[in-house]
Design a binder for this molecule. Structure first.
Ligand SMILES: [Fe+2]
Ligand SMILES: [Fe+2]
Length: 360
């Protein structure tokens, strides 16, 4: 591997030729040998004397590392030794994280997400300002080096986030349509979304599942779009026949949504279809009971009623808090999953804070 700068080759070649001419005219074997040596090392761009004295060592190392890399890479590339110290980075990597010195520094970069791992590789992501990168680590064969190849995935992630945001927005709007049909306000669906996420986390569901439920639960009453105004807006109590029509909103909602294989819509189908099921089996539309009711359905059932009671509506006042608590206690194990009721009551402050944040 070359350890000379370009100007050094040229200097050696010129000097070597001049020395050769001098050696021939002066009949000096020693000068001749020196001239040949200079020309040779200039031509192969490698000097063993420099090597043994450690001159241009950094340059030689850089050239060596560069020789291991793909010729062109506009994306960042880092090389780390076994101790995790940075031994090389290309120009693009220098621009992105100028202060990086070790693998450790890279790990300190916030938002480092683990995307996958195999015996010889790992893929992680990191953020640099607004930009997001994927890093593919690879142990380099026959060396003690780990290469980290970066890929700028900002646009991909933004496009993905845009899709998710659009889905969320649509889901809220659809949820609001269902709710306005039943004289609810837009903030009811927002509160239900937040409550259900909170309760999902408390009940031990993963962050992803909780987020999914947060997006899906606003659609619980979407089936009401199909309930005639004569029933929905009927003043006073509904008679038995009207009530039967009203109850169909659960299965209508489920049937509207269940044909999609998008996770949000699948979750929404569960929520719409099961938010009136009761723990003791006396709910509708299927009369499911206990854990046969999906956790999404059980959570939404509880927070929907909690919000209906604990928040004021245009047409009614909020219940006093102690009455809400009493009703939930009474319905623990009847209407609602007892574990979920306990979690809600044990963390009542959190739920009341959400309510107060999204008042109508
Ligand atoms: Fe409903
Ligand atoms: Fe509701």
């Amino acid at each position: 591997m070359s350890n000379l700068f370009t100007y050094e080759n040229h200097a050696r070649l010129l000097l070597g030729m001049a020395l050769l001419i001098y050696a021939v005219t002066a009949h000096s074997w020693i000068m001749g040998a020196m001239a040949v040596m200079l020309i040779y090392t200039g031509a192969i761009r490698y000097c063993p004397v420099f090597h043994s004295l450690g001159i241009n060592r950094e340059l030689a190392e850089q050239r060596f590392h560069l020789s291991l890399l793909p010729g062109h890479n506009p994306e960042p590339v880092y090389l780390f030794n076994k101790q995790g110290e940075l031994v090389f980075r290309n120009n693009s990597a220098r621009d992105i994280l100028p202060h990086l010195r070790s693998l450790e520094d890279l790990h300190d970069q916030n938002d480092l997400t683990d995307f996958g791992r195999g015996p010889e590789y790992a893929i992680e992501g990191f953020r640099d300002g607004d930009k997001r990168y994927l890093l593919h680590y690879q142990a380099l064969e026959n060396t003690d080096l780990i290469a980290a190849y970066g890929f700028n995935v900002t646009e991909l992630i933004e496009a993905n986030e845009e899709i998710i945001e659009t889905q969320k927005e649509l889901v809220y709007r659809m949820g609001e349509i269902g709710e306005t049909r039943s004289k609810e306000t837009g903030n009811h669906v927002k509160r239900v979304a937040e409550y259900s996420k909170q309760l999902a986390l408390l009940s031990g569901l993963s962050r992803d599942q909780a987020e999914l439920l947060k997006m899906a639960s606003p659609m619980h009453d979407i089936g009401k779009v199909a309930i005639p105004d004569s029933v929905l807006n009927k003043p006073g109590r509904l008679d038995a026949a009207d009530w039967e029509i009203m109850k169909t909103h659960a299965s209508i909602g489920r049937d509207l949504l269940c044909h999609s294989d998008r996770p949000i819509l699948q979750a929404a189908a569960i929520v719409a279809g099961q938010h009136h099921e009761k723990w003791d089996g006396n709910g509708y539309p299927d009369g499911r009971s206990g854990e046969d009711i999906h956790i999404y359905g059980r959570i939404t059932a509880l927070v929907d009623v909690f919000d209906a009671l604990a928040s004021a509506r245009v047409y009614k006042q909020a219940w006093p808090l102690e009455d809400v608590v009493q009703l939930l206690r009474e319905q623990r194990g009847k209407h609602f999953d007892p574990v979920l009721v306990d979690l809600l009551l044990d963390n009542l402050d959190t739920f009341l804070a959400i309510r107060d944040q999204h008042q109508d």
